[in-house]
Design a protein around this ligand. Structure first.
Ligand SMILES: C[S@@+](CC[C@H](N)C(=O)[O-])C[C@H]1O[C@@H](n2cnc3c(N)ncnc32)[C@H](O)[C@@H]1O
Length: 297
């Protein structure tokens, strides 16, 4: 049973609770994510990255990540990060969970992937990357599935992305649709219960389970924040990026509600008519404008 209520909480307290929650999911996810498939098959990539790559690479000159530098925000235990490395990128994974980064680093080493890992609140990512690696910038900044819902301030988030991107670089996000998050995952039919727009409140969530694996987490409390699609777009454009793509998806790479149908390819869909009623994901691609050369007349 997932208990969710609305509350006001300061960012530091929300972030610390979320970090404890994510730290306590790591051991379960290392067991449940099927990481051994990466070692068994040198061509294996996560289903999330498999589905993201065609959209992302359509916005990249040359149509491939080969030879590009990429920062993966909220990289968790590295399964998507190593997948992006297998697609040709030189990767830096960013996350605030030390156990998640330890698992990610172990996975990278096991697979012979030369990745860099940066431990920080993503809202401080630019300064943390600079402290560890210097003033590097990236051709691509990527974040996918389970990201901004944990963050309160999207303007600060977008400023990190703009700061990390090289001129002309591409930002990619796919995540749960804000309309999906107005629903309670325990309900048996679509019923709007939670805000679509940011309200200044967090959703105070108590959930002893996690989306992968059957175990119980030691820190079950977390705080999530609603963000309307327009808020995401305005944060990115307000940070100076140009929005190049907006998509909405009808499937999810996790079982949000019990009644969802397993499509057998890592994705789940709402049954029957609901499939066309509930947007499951959104995808945005935005670019940091290239610097124009000053031409003197
Ligand atoms: C759902 S996972 C990432 C999704 C990825 N698709 C996966 O399944 O591996 C969410 C990640 O966000 C991280 N996270 C949450 N809030 C964060 C914050 N404020 N700063 C940095 N990382 C954060 C968590 O530690 C977790 O690793």
């Amino acid at each position: 049973m997932v208990e969710i209520s609305r509350t006001r909480i300061g960012w530091d307290d929300a972030r610390d609770a979320n970090r404890a929650n994510w730290d306590s999911r790591v051991a379960l996810h290392v067991e449940a994510y099927g990481l051994e498939r990466f070692a068994e098959d040198p061509d294996h990539v996560s289903s999330v990255v498999r589905d993201d790559l065609p959209v992302l690479t359509a916005f990249i000159r040359g149509g491939s990540l080969e030879g590009l530098t990429l920062a993966h925000l909220q990289c968790h235990i590295g399964s998507d990060t190593v997948s992006l490395a297998r697609a040709g990128a030189s990767v830096t994974g960013v996350d605030f969970s030390a156990p998640a980064l330890a698992a990610a680093s172990a996975l990278g080493e096991r697979l012979g992937i030369d990745a860099t890992w940066v431990e920080t609140d993503v809202l401080d990512a630019r300064a943390a990357v600079t402290a560890q690696l210097g003033p590097v910038t990236y051709d691509v900044v990527y974040t996918s599935i389970g990201t901004i819902g944990w963050l309160e301030d999207l303007d600060r988030w977008a400023a990190q992305i703009a700061g990390l991107l090289a001129d002309g670089g591409v930002f990619y996000i796919r995540d749960g649709h804000p309309m999906l998050y107005t629903l309670h995952d325990d309900d048996e039919a679509p019923l709007v219960r939670f805000p679509y727009f940011a309200t200044g409140e967090a959703l105070d969530t108590y959930d002893a389970a996690t989306y992968a694996g059957d175990g119980v987490v030691a820190s079950p409390r977390s705080f999530e924040f609603p963000h309307a699609l327009s808020e995401v777009a305005q944060a990115l454009t307000g940070a100076g990026l140009a929005l190049e793509y907006l998509g909405e998806g009808r499937t999810l790479p996790w079982r949000f509600a019990e009644r969802m149908v397993d499509l057998g390819d890592g994705n789940f869909a709402f049954p029957g008519d609901e499939e066309a009623m509930i947007p499951c994901t959104f995808t945005m691609v935005a670019r940091k404008p290239p610097q124009r050369e000053l031409v003197s007349c």
